[in-house]
Structures are given as structure tokens and as C-alpha cells.
Design a protein around this ligand. Structure first.
Ligand SMILES: Cc1cc2nc3c(=O)[nH]c(=O)nc-3n(C[C@H](O)[C@H](O)[C@H](O)COP(=O)(O)OP(=O)(O)OC[C@H]3O[C@@H](n4cnc5c(N)ncnc54)[C@H](O)[C@@H]3O)c2cc1C
Length: 482
């Protein structure tokens, strides 16, 4: 049995702590904030509850496998898309129903969607065998992309969309999945096109009471597994002797010893100051940051007829929008807006007869103080754009609170407020993320800033990968890694 310290109680840290405790290790999880969950967080005001992070749960079986038994519910539709020309497409989990919806939306494109979905499913199976399954960090020098992922007809996600669809609106719908990795469809690998196959196969789920309830139930499981959870104190240093980790030093001055340290803190923070490592930090900086988000959290009077749980209101010029985010480093002048309203399916989320709107806009991971306009002026721009595209909240807004990239950076220690650590750009972008093994024996990394990526399912897969690495490195009864 080894002594394990997990730094950070985000989804990845909690899942890793649980799996390692179940392997028989003595696990302590140290979280800087007062509550576990990391980005699984919420904001409450005047009877309204707003998710500050995830609103959509995919790959639900992963969470069942961890032992979570709470109810998951499936909204009636996966997502409602509204395009700049005013047209709407409703996405359904069932592939045949989706193909029918696409055909009705754009005659002739239903067959194209079926072909796309077949490709996406093949790509997903390939990812399950490779990227999702192990600590694959960098492809071997002689490997071709086709060895690692399904061969993609197109280098980028936008190229993939062009290959399958002639309707520019459907290309925008496919391109949107790059934002699940905080990336631009015009630079992200075509392999991200496997993500819709997850939604159309396994569905998109909601947890009654809000997704942060996942963290509450995980906290119970951690206790049952004997994990010592310490909150309200940060780790300021990972300690090592020679090539091996020996423990951590806390902000309180205490220095608990450990054979194994699992960092759920952002990898840039790990290599920047917890265990300074110039080479690894430079590699992270070379890749660049994923996008961040600006959230408008609005208490809205009245119910909106036909409002879906999840809606996306697209910009008129997607390429220009991502040019603003990644090339010009400014919030897009014509943003695509995700609208999440959990009150559609859950009356606990807003006072009776009212709605809790979370409006999310992708923005650069950069302090709003350095934007060309104030966050408040940008909020007004977003509301004006939405009004022009059919979602006019004038006269219905009780309040709009803002959650900015600076809040994301401060709360979670994310690199510049980036949601997903490094950006996933380039044909092999999915394989270039920082790895799960640290530069000292006994040091592992888990979470959205490392392999295999961000999002609740990916960080949970990352926890599985770390647990299997530890099981190999520390066979039963040994406290020193092989
Ligand atoms: C606005 C938004 C919307 C999102 N939407 C979705 C969605 O719909 N579906 C989805 O699946 N995913 C979504 N995500 C992504 C998902 O939330 C994250 O990828 C995932 O929750 C990250 O988990 P993590 O393990 O990386 O830990 P994090 O959530 O990043 O938590 C890390 C934890 O480590 C702690 N920590 C950091 N440094 C230290 C230290 N030195 N000492 C002690 N503790 C420390 C932090 O306080 C934090 O609690 C969204 C994220 C955001 C921000």
C-alpha cells in the first residue's frame, strides 16, 4: 500500500482518488477551495441556480462505473440550433431521427449526415482503442495518423465538415464540436468529429439539482472508500528527492509525505510553480491556450414558449469569430451563444414561472481588462445579438451576473482562464497534450489540462488511465515505483 496525495478535487482528482483508494492505497485529497468539484460549480441568487461549468453529461456509463447511482435524466432534445438566417435544426439522440431532421432542414443532406455519422462512429471506436485507453502522449516518430485514429477525409474539423456537407449551416453544426476542446474548427483535427457520435449514441444527460450534484455524490463515495479529504488549504509545492516525489508542502506550512502525488491542478501551474520545470512549461506555452468563456447568468421573468434545455445561436461568420478568438485575441464581435436553461427540465433551478439562463460565449483566455471593451459593454453586445436572432429578453431580465476568464483563472488556477489547458490544434493535436506521467517517479497528472483532454468524460478517462499506470508501477504491497 502506497501513501497517495491528490492535489485538487476537480472531477479528475476525485475520480483518481476514488480509484486509487479502491486499489488499496492510503489516499489523501487536498483541495484549496472549501468545496470539492472544481469547475463543477454553481452560482445562486434570488432563488435561481446557475451552473458555472458543465451543463451536459455525456458517456454516462463512465460515471455509473465509478459507482454514482443518482438519477440522470435526458432532455427531450439534444440541442436546438438557430442559424443566422433564422432557420432552426433540432438535434436528436436517435441517429435515424437526426438524419430525418437534417433531411427536413436541408433536403439531400440527410444521407450526408448518415455518412458523417458512420465515419464519426468509426473514429470514436478508434479513439476508444487508442487515445481514451492509455497514456498515449506523443505518437512514435514513425507512426502515421492512420495508425492511431480513423483516417479522416480532411485535415481539420472544418475540412471534415466540408467533405460531408454542402450546406454551410451543417458545416457550422459540425465545427461547433471543436469548442468542446476549447479550439477552432479551422485548426482543430478532424478527429474531433468523433464527439457527435457520442451524443447521438449515448445521449446528453442532466443531473436533477444540477451537474454539481455529481461532486456531492462523489464526496460521499470518497468518504466510503476511506479517502482523507482536506479542503480549504492549497498545495504550494511538490517535494522530491532525487528522481522521486516525497510529498507536498501546504500553504499552512505542513509537509505531508507521500509515495505518489497525483496533480489535478492545471499542468501549467504544476510546471510553473508547484514543481517548476522549464522544459515542460515551454512545451505547454508552445502549444498555446484553449479558449475561455464569458458567462452571462440571467434571472429571467416568465417562461419562453418552446425554449429547449440546450440551444446554440450561431454567428453569421464562424471563421471570423474564431479568427477573433485565436488570431486577434479579442472576444468575437459576432459571437455564437450557447444558452442553457436547466429550469426547462428541473423546477428547483428557478423560482416558479421564471427561467435561469446561462449564456456562454467562447472568448480568448485573456484577462477581460485587456479586451478592447469592458466586460459590461460586451455583455450588452451579446444581449443585442441575441435579441436580433430571436431571443429578446428586454423587459424580462431581473439581473445578469457575469463570470469571466479572470474568475475561471482565479477560482480554479486555470492557465489564463483557459478551460481546457492547451488548445487542440494541428492534425495530431489530440495527441500532443501534456502527458499523465510527471518528471519525477511517483508523480502523475490528471484533469482537463492533460491527456486525454477536458470535459467530464475525458477527465474521468484520464483518472482511469492514471489508476492503471499506478497499478502497473506499484504492484500490490510495494511503495516504490518500478
Ligand atoms: C463554462 C464551462 C462549461 C463547461 N461545460 C461542460 C459540459 O457541458 N460538459 C462537460 O463534460 N464539461 C464541460 N466543461 C468542462 C469540465 O467542467 C472540465 O473539463 C472538468 O470539470 C475539469 O475537471 P478537472 O479534473 O480538470 O478539474 P478542475 O475542475 O479544473 O478542478 C481542479 C481543482 O484543483 C484545485 N486546485 C488547483 N490548484 C490547487 C492547489 N495548488 N492545491 C489544492 N487544490 C488545487 C482547484 O481549486 C480545483 O478545485 C465546462 C467547463 C466550463 C468552465
Amino acid at each position: 500500500m502506497a501513501a497517495v496525495i491528490v492535489i485538487g478535487g476537480g472531477m479528475g482528482g476525485m475520480a483518481a482518488a476514488l480509484l486509487l483508494a479502491r486499489q488499496g492505497h492510503e489516499v489523501r485529497l487536498i483541495e484549496r477551495r472549501d468545496r470539492l468539484g472544481g469547475k463543477l460549480a454553481e452560482h445562486r441568487r434570488d432563488g435561481f441556480t446557475f451552473s458555472l461549468g458543465p451543463s451536459l453529461l455525456t458517456m454516462p456509463q463512465l460515471f455509473r462505473d465509478l459507482g454514482l447511482r443518482q438519477e440522470f435524466v435526458e432532455p427531450a432534445e439534444l440541442c436546438r440550433y438557430r442559424f443566422a438566417d433564422g432557420s432552426e435544426l433540432t438535434a436528436h439522440r436517435d441517429p435515424e431521427r437526426m438524419a430525418g431532421a437534417v433531411e427536413a432542414f436541408s433536403p439531400g443532406q440527410g444521407t450526408a449526415w448518415r455518412a458523417f455519422h458512420r465515419w464519426a462512429e468509426g473514429c470514436l471506436r478508434a479513439a476508444e482503442r487508442t487515445v481514451f485507453a492509455g497514456p498515449l502522449v506523443r505518437p512514435p516518430a514513425d507512426a502515421r495518423p492512420s495508425d492511431l485514429l480513423a483516417v479522416a477525409p480532411g485535415r481539420t474539423l472544418a475540412g471534415l465538415a466540408r467533405h460531408f456537407f454542402t450546406d454551410p449551416r451543417l458545416r457550422q453544426y459540425v465545427g461547433r464540436y471543436a469548442t468542446y476542446a476549447g479550439s477552432s474548427p479551422y485548426l482543430a483535427p478532424a478527429a474531433l468529429g468523433c464527439i457527435p457520435a457520442l451524443e447521438h449514441g449515448q445521449g446528453g444527460w442532466y443531473v436533477p439539482g444540477g451537474l454539481p450534484r455529481l461532486a456531492d455524490e462523489l464526496a460521499v463515495l470518497l468518504k466510503q472508500a476511506g479517502v482523507d479529504v482536506v479542503t480549504g488549504v492549497g498545495v504550494e509545492r511538490v517535494l522530491s528527492e532525487g528522481e522521486r516525489v516525497t510529498g507536498v508542502r501546504l500553504e499552512s506550512g505542513e509537509a505531508p509525505a507521500a509515495d505518489i502525488v497525483v496533480a489535478n491542478a492545471d499542468s501549467a501551474a504544476l510546471y510553473g510553480h508547484l514543481l517548476p520545470h522549464r522544459g515542460r512549461l515551454r512545451s505547454i506555452a508552445r502549444l498555446g491556450r484553449s479558449s475561455s468563456a464569458l458567462l452571462l447568468l440571467a434571472g429571467v421573468t416568465g417562461r419562453t414558449p418552446g425554449l429547449a434545455h440546450h440551444s446554440v445561436v450561431f454567428s453569421a461568420d464562424y471563421e471570423n469569430e474564431f479568427g477573433d478568438i485565436f488570431s486577434r485575441s479579442r472576444p468575437p464581435l459576432d459571437p455564437t451563444v450557447y444558452i442553457g436553461c436547466s429550469a426547462v427540465d428541473d423546477p428547483t433551478q428557478a423560482p416558479q414561472g421564471a427561467e435561469n439562463w446561462v449564456m456562454l460565449v467562447n472568448v480568448p483566455a485573456r484577462d477581460p481588462g485587456r479586451w478592447p471593451m469592458s466586460a459590461e459593454s460586451y455583455r450588452d453586445l451579446v444581449l443585442e445579438r441575441l435579441a436580433a436572432r430571436g431571443h429578446d429578453l428586454a423587459g424580462r431580465l431581473r439581473f445578469v451576473d457575469l463570470f469571466t476568464p479572470a474568475d475561471i483563472r482565479e477560482r480554479y488556477g486555470s492557465w489564463g482562464g483557459a478551460i481546457y489547458g492547451t488548445v487542440t490544434h494541428g492534425r495530431l493535436g489530440s495527441l500532443r497534450r501534456p502527458g499523465n506521467r510527471g518528471p519525477r517517479r511517483g508523480l502523475y497528472l490528471v484533469g482537463g489540462s492533460v491527456h486525454p483532454g477536458g470535459g467530464l468524460p475525458m477527465v474521468t478517462l484520464g483518472a482511469r488511465i492514471v489508476a492503471s499506470m499506478v497499478a502497473r508501477d506499484y504492484p500490490a504491497g510495494r511503495t516504490s515505483g518500478s
